[in-house]
Design a protein around this ligand. Structure first.
Ligand SMILES: Nc1nc2c(c(=O)[nH]1)N[C@H]1C(S)=C(S)[C@@H](COP(=O)(O)OP(=O)(O)OC[C@H]3O[C@@H](n4cnc5c(=O)[nH]c(N)nc54)[C@H](O)[C@@H]3O)O[C@H]1N2
Ligand SMILES: Nc1nc2c(c(=O)[nH]1)N[C@H]1C(S)=C(S)[C@@H](COP(=O)(O)OP(=O)(O)OC[C@H]3O[C@@H](n4cnc5c(=O)[nH]c(N)nc54)[C@H](O)[C@@H]3O)O[C@H]1N2
Ligand code: SF4
Ligand SMILES: [Mo]
Length: 579
């Protein structure tokens, strides 16, 4: 039997690539050397307590005891004809979805699709058949790392020690911290990645650099794909995406005969055709034969639950998480999410939620969503409850035993148990589920629980079937008019948690000055923000970080063509000066 908990060791609960295992000692959180945390934590966990926590349940703006709030919740759910359970990833641990177990059993509607990485993942699955992420071990063994639409200093800082001394290429419209240290930075126009990836594959083929042995075995349709890459007009395309032929040559020269990993982020896929972009990057990696070899591969967000059968009841009814028709429900139970700030098209969400009779918010802090809720139920922080988490990129499960007792809030398990009891639904003990997850693991010599059935070297026996290349492309995106909206992750916030940003970032050449107030407009709406000039940007881009109040008034609730994923950068925007 696998070891249970080590008292002071828990794990960061946040939805983050790194899944740090942490120590809680004398009221402080510290990094450990387990997993690949390397002994340090990022600012979020170093300042975990800065958040303004909700300390009391509320009904219609009045503080009430927790017990009364739970009774109220039961009453609301009993009298509701149509209820929606909308759950985000504010806490990424596995027991957070125990609430699904109750809602699914009682016929409540749940959500489907993602605000996050779905389009890219769909592209991976279309090409490779399934998504298996590379582990940090492969990144460590590589010679060249290409960061493609990923900002490691902000969103995966624990990769940094692993890439010391390697050749680095960054493909990003922003001169990120990594870009300014890199051997090469392609400051590509947003949405230019599909064409770049196809041109790279084409020139690799022209130079005779295709790994013939690999493609013949695992991707026999590669000549047809090469023909597709030939349909792209070279000169016009390079101009359109703002890349030079020299840069293409340089990339191919740097990676020639080198163990290369391509570390992709969600930046490449916040578009309707996000799946195609990821698939074109994969195709380039296939031409290079990067799969199934030590020190090589393509990383992205993975299915962190891979290899686990989730023991909770499955929903019978689902609706989209991206363009959710909230108004069709009497009751909306929102857990671990802040849709009024984080979902696309805020005005639409505001209008939809106005028509909902009962809005219940179950979270840690006050935010745009709690402000419209009738009933607020405070959650417990990860230190105050038992849980266990998985990682996107490594195969460990990290137990998260309770560290502190408090009388504020309720855990997801305890709330679900109370609901199951009131409705006569079935539920096992908390320990049962935690042990169930642990039963997938063995304990390695460092004392880390690792899932037994996971490949350490993904695709070592090839893909599910042969690699499926793109057969056609649709380049229907306005690359010329107005400004591109970039909306990526801030170092200070975790989406809308912690310290959110308040500015719009513009290139100084646009003529705006720090502190001026501007209105940013898209076809969905507008938002007024103060300017910060930023040399790291292209002059045709504006940057508003995820979490900034009002940013999603600009974004569209369309869904990516493949997978029901949000497309935060599909809309172009305009700027006008206010003062
Ligand atoms: N500090 C911090 N860390 C986080 C989060 C956070 O909010 N704050 N959020 C977490 C979550 S939920 C997620 S999903 C991950 C995501 O983490 P990342 O995958 O790193 O995602 P982003 O920051 O959205 O975008 C990454 C980079 O893509 C670039 N980019 C934007 N558009 C394009 C494009 O068209 N082409 C190319 N090539 N690049 C482009 C952006 O400039 C940015 O530098 O981060 C997690 N970690
Ligand atoms: N403009 C723009 N919008 C974006 C993005 C972007 O890059 N740009 N990124 C998108 C992406 S990748 C993502 S993943 C989504 C994230 O969007 P959301 O899933 O809405 O995530 P957060 O903004 O982090 O809000 C998390 C909520 O969870 C609550 N919470 C934290 N811990 C717990 C807990 O233990 N229990 C409970 N019950 N609640 C808890 C917090 O109080 C907070 O209200 O945003 C998307 N929206
Ligand atoms: S947010 Fe990410 S990097 Fe920061 S402590 Fe948590 S898992 Fe580690
Ligand atoms: Mo995300």
């Amino acid at each position: 039997m696998v070891q249970a908990n080590r008292e002071n060791i828990t794990a960061c609960p946040l939805d983050c690539y790194d899944a740090c295992i942490v120590e809680y000692k004398d009221g402080k959180l510290k990094g450990t050397t387990q997993g690949y945390t390397g002994g340090f934590l990022c600012p979020h966990l170093n300042h975990y307590e800065v958040r303004e926590k909700i300390v009391s349940a509320q009904y219609n703006g009045v503080d009430i005891p927790l017990k009364e709030a739970i009774d109220k919740l039961i009453e609301i759910l009993k009298n509701s004809n149509k209820t929606l359970h909308y759950r985000g990833n504010g806490n990424f641990a596995l027991m957070q979805s125990i609430t699904d177990h109750f809602f699914a059993q009682t016929g409540v509607t749940l959500t489907d699709g993602t605000l996050c990485d779905g389009a890219g993942e769909a592209g991976i699955i279309q090409g490779r058949g399934y998504n298996d992420n590379i582990s940090p071990k492969q990144i460590k063994q590589s010679e060249v790392v290409i960061f493609w639409g990923r900002n490691p200093h902000t969103t995966s800082s624990h990769l940094l020690p692993l890439i010391k001394g390697k050749k680095i290429i960054v493909i990003d419209p922003v001169k990120t911290q990594m870009a300014s240290h890199a051997d090469m930075h392609i400051q590509i126009k947003p949405h230019g990645d599909l064409q770049l990836a196809m041109l790279l594959a084409r020139f690799l083929h022209i130079e005779g650099g295709v790994d013939e042995e690999f493609v013949r075995k695992f991707a026999p349709e590669y000549e047809e794909y090469y023909e597709l890459t030939q349909t792209i007009r070279i000169k016009a395309t390079l101009e359109e995406i703002d890349v030079t032929l020299g840069q293409i040559g340089d990339i191919l020269r740097i990676i020639k005969d080198k163990k290369t990993v391509i570390v992709c982020g969600i930046g490449i896929q916040k578009y309707l055709d996000g799946a195609d972009v990821m698939r074109a990057i994969d195709a380039f990696a296939v031409f290079l034969g990067l799969f199934g070899k030590e020190g090589c591969g393509v990383g992205y967000l993975g299915d962190s639950k891979k290899g686990l059968e989730i023991p909770f009841a499955k929903p019978r009814k689902v609706v989209s998480k991206v363009d959710t028709a909230f108004s069709k429900f009497d009751t909306v139970f929102i857990q671990g999410a802040n849709p009024l700030n984080q979902m696309p098209n805020t005005l639409r969400i505001q209008n939809e939620l106005k028509k909902v009779k009962n809005i219940i918010y179950f979270g840690l802090e006050k935010n745009a969503t709690s402000a419209v809720a009738n009933l607020i139920i405070p959650a417990k922080t990860f230190l105050e409850k038992n849980d266990i988490r998985a990682s996107y990129s490594d195969n460990y499960l990290a137990p998260m035993p309770k560290q502190i007792e408090t009388d504020v809030g309720i855990s997801e398990y305890d709330l679900t148990k109370a609901l199951c009891k009131a409705f006569g639904a079935e539920i096992e003990s908390e320990e049962f589920y935690l042990n169930y997850f642990k039963s997938y693991c063995y304990e390695d010599k460092e004392g880390v629980l690792r899932k037994t059935d996971t490949e350490q070297l993904p695709y070592k026996n090839g893909f599910k079937d042969e690699f499926e290349f793109l057969q056609e492309i649709d380049l229907d995106f306005d690359m010329k008019n107005d400004y591109f909206l970039l909306t990526c992750k801030s170092p200070r916030s975790l989406n809308s948690q912690f310290k959110t940003e308040r500015y719009v970032y513009l290139h100084p050449s646009l003529g705006f000055k720090d502190g001026q107030k501007v209105k940013i407009l898209s076809k969905e709406g507008d938002v007024c923000l103060h300017v910060k000039c930023d040399e790291r940007l292209r002059a045709d881009c504006i940057l508003i970080y995820s979490g900034t109040h009002g940013v999603n008034k600009l974004t569209s609730s369309q869904k990516s063509y493949d997978a029901n994923s949000a497309v935060y950068q599909q809309n172009k925007v305009q700027i006008t000066l206010l003062s």
